[in-house]
Design a protein around this ligand. Structure first.
Ligand code: ZN
Length: 380
């Protein structure tokens, strides 16, 4: 698998530079911005931030989902420049990254920007409508598509609206624009919370540098085998080093998490020579404090509830825990104790349920550590 990805990656990175098509305009203007069905970064003017709508598939009554896009080009842009892509909102209940993109795009000084930054502030338009993680398909009594398992997709063999939508995103935005690196912002799902957390495949060149630049609390080293079709892994496979950056909790705008995402982007742009290094003393001090404490782990563990009930938690995110640390207890509706939860190994608490009501099978917590199994070196 890894070998195949590396081969694909080498081929794709060479090929992509020379395979750009043109931006395809529908001729429509929506809320003052042009509507397109395909993005080619080269078509946009230097020294400007262009706002666009990507028209994806139609809903049942023939109205299209329009995905917002921002293209910021430096004053001296050219076709050999570096390009950074930021995606967010593939899960419609995960909102912190949207604010990161808003703030980065507002604050970029295009006279200092050397290259192009593309931002997608909310890609799962259907999920945002519904405030749901998945894309809701109404066909056949209804189902949800996890868009972040569908890439690159196959338009001719897609069998649901969600799968078709994901394929259109890949073909129109994520593929074919000569991106130098990419980040896909997420948060924990509804009813849970993450620390500042990254999924990353460290076998891909440059990804370790990206992880270091985040200054995140926890990095999960991961080949992506368990999340086939995730945007990060498919970008990796197509020659664009990428990370999945999880910014805390869903359905909220957390100022601290948003600030960490924002500061990462400017460090990232500086590292690929697209922007001067940050000078904000608060951001510099924060990074100096966080960087030495990044916890790189290879294996995660946790527990699901064996029956429905009410969950009480006893620990805080990012605490170091042992197999003797009581993380949570599950009670029935009468207040009788059903069971206590302890980690299966010592490690760092990176995820925690935030909703006391738990149905059978629902998660409770996540702990990460470094496995001693050599087969787990690149994540398991
Ligand atoms: Zn997500």
């Amino acid at each position: 698998m890894t070998k195949l990805i590396k081969l694909l990656s080498a081929f794709a990175s060479f090929f992509l530079r020379f395979s750009h098509g043109n931006t395809v305009y529908t001729g429509d203007i929506l809320n003052g911005h042009k509507v397109i069905t395909r993005l080619s970064v080269d078509d946009f003017p230097c020294g400007e931030v262009t706002k666009l709508w990507l028209r994806a598939n139609n809903n049942k009554i023939g109205q299209a989902y329009h995905v917002p896009l921002l293209v910021a080009r430096g004053s001296n842009c050219n076709c050999d420049e570096n390009r950074f892509v930021m995606n967010t909102g593939l899960h419609g209940d995960e909102l912190n990254g949207i604010r990161v993109i808003h703030r980065v795009m507002k604050d970029l000084d295009l006279n200092l920007l050397n290259g192009t930054v593309v931002g997608v502030p909310g890609s799962n338009v259907n999920g945002l409508y519904e405030e749901t993680r998945g894309y809701f398909n109404s066909y056949d009594s209804g189902s949800f598509t996890n868009l972040n398992r569908q890439f690159p997709g196959d338009i001719t063999n897609s069998s649901s609206a969600g799968e078709i939508f994901a394929t259109m995103l890949w073909d129109a935005i994520y593929n074919d624009n000569g991106y130098t690196a990419g980040v896909d912002f997420h948060t924990q799902s509804t009813s849970g919370s993450f620390v500042n957390f990254v999924y990353a495949d460290l076998t891909i060149p440059y990804v370790r540098n990206m992880c270091d630049l985040t200054g995140a609390d926890v990095i999960k080293i991961d080949l992506g085998d368990g999340t086939l079709g995730a945007l990060e892994n498919v970008w990796d496979a197509f020659g664009v080093p990428a990370i999945t950056y999880e910014l805390g909790s869903p359905l909220s705008w957390q100022k601290d998490q948003i600030q960490r995402g924002y500061d990462y982007v400017f460090r990232q742009l500086a590292d690929i020579h697209m922007y001067p290094p940050p000078t904000d003393p608060i951001a510099i001090a924060e990074y100096k404090k966080n960087y030495p404490n990044i916890y790189y782990g290879t294996e995660t563990g946790g527990a699901s509830v064996p029956t429905g009930g009410f969950l009480q938690t006893f620990v805080k995110l990012n605490e170091d825990v042992t197999t003797k640390t009581k993380i949570a207890s599950l009670y029935n509706v009468f207040g009788d104790l059903i069971t206590d939860f302890y980690p299966e190994f010592d490690g760092r608490l990176y995820s925690l349920s935030t909703h006391p009501l738990r149905e059978v099978g629902a998660g409770t917590f996540g702990v990460i550590h470094n496995s001693t199994d050599p087969a787990c070196r690149n994540g398991c």
